[in-house]
Ligand binder design. Structure first.
Ligand code: DAH
Length: 353
């Protein structure tokens, strides 16, 4: 029996020697230590042995079993170490290679234009005032001197927050322009002073919303940059000088500007400012519709009623205001033909800027 056990052990160890993979080791385990293995058969046969033989054979079989188990564990450790060193050498990282460059994002073209606008007006002493996008009818229209039945208030160009039935006296709406920010800013400013508030010079950027047909020239959502300067002795000359200077810095020193009489409820007098067409230089082309000029903003002297609504005494104070569309300006700077590109999130468009 001793001899037989020795043979079993030797055979098992020999077979273990040649094993190179974990799968094979598992199989080996079943064959040499499993329930039907030769060692186990010896244990099973102990009952048939004599009283004297039983403990001797039992002990010897156990020694074989323990030896085989130890050998298998040692093998397992070797295989594991081999696997690790193999994968380390196979997947070696070459630290001398340059790293993979992270894709660099960039500012949306409108934001690039906005920042340019901030810089230009910042140089002229204007601060940025941020105002809410959800407004009341009072702020968006009434306090800006819109007459009660002005068409801008119609369903046609306004997104109301509530349905018509429970809209009430002073409905909430998405602002249709940045002009209501003028009232917020003036009130916040003038409420800090008992009398003689110091002058205000601000620009008010942000999103506006109009319920209208989407075309290559108009979107339902767009940015505006409003401007407001109020103080003592501010005249139309200041307006013209400030805005012409803006146009030269935005479109180049040679940029020509022209002011046309216009109408807005919150300014008097009102004007629209055009710049000479960048494409034809004023000769007339398809971009400027043969006019030689492109309209870039509305402006005017702040209406006395609006000054009063903002807490300024119109007898003592005057001011000018303007409103422009940065998407429009971006279209002109980069010759973009369709305003809808700004909201389609198409990288082929965005990556060009
Ligand atoms: N709020 C006007 C609009 O959305 C733009 C505008 C025109 C703003 C003249 C002004 C201004 O401040 O003086 O069409």
């Amino acid at each position: 029996m001793q001899e037989k056990l020795e043979k079993i052990k030797q055979e098992a160890l020999d077979s273990l020697e040649s094993i190179k993979e974990k799968d094979a080791l598992e199989k080996w385990h079943t064959i040499y230590l499993g329930r039907n293995s030769a060692v186990m058969e010896v244990f099973k046969s102990l009952g048939t042995l004599s009283k004297e033989e039983k403990p001797l054979v039992g002990k010897a079989a156990n020694l074989v079993k323990v030896a085989l188990e130890a050998a298998s564990q040692a093998k397992e450790a070797i295989l594991e170490a081999q696997q690790i060193s193999e994968s380390l050498s196979k997947e070696k990282i070459d630290i001398t290679l340059p790293g993979r460059r992270a894709v660099r994002g960039r500012l949306h073209p409108t934001n690039q234009t906005l920042r340019e606008i901030y810089r230009i007006f910042g140089d002229m002493g204007f601060q940025i005032y941020r105002s809410r996008e959800v407004e009341t009818d009072l702020m968006n229209f009434q306090l800006l001197n819109f007459p009660p039945h002005h068409p801008a208030r119609d369903m046609q160009d306004t997104f109301f927050i509530r349905s018509e039935e429970d809209r009430g006296e002073n409905p909430l709406l998405l602002r249709t322009h940045t002009s209501p920010g003028q009232i917020h800013a003036m009130r916040e400013h003038t409420s800090k002073y008992q009398e003689d508030p110091p002058p205000v010079r601000i620009i008010l950027p942000g999103m506006c919303y109009r319920y209208e047909q989407i075309t290559s020239r108009s979107e339902v959502q767009f940015n505006q940059v409003e401007g407001l300067a109020v103080g003592k002795g501010i005249t139309f000359q200041d307006l013209k000088g400030t805005l012409s200077n803006f146009a030269r810095r935005m479109f180049g020193q040679a940029a020509k500007t022209r002011f046309r009489a216009s109408h807005f409820p919150f300014t008097e007098p009102s004007a629209e400012m055009d710049v000479g067409c960048f494409l034809c230089g004023g000769k007339g082309c398809s971009v400027c519709k043969e006019a030689g000029w492109l309209e870039i903003l509305g402006c005017g002297m702040v209406h006395p009623i609006v000054l009063e609504n903002g807490g300024f005494d119109p007898e003592l104070y005057s001011g000018f205001a303007f409103g422009m569309g940065p998407e429009r300006i971006t279209m002109m700077r980069h010759h973009i033909e369709d305003i809808r590109y700004f909201w389609t999130n198409d990288l082929r468009f965005l990556e060009q800027f």
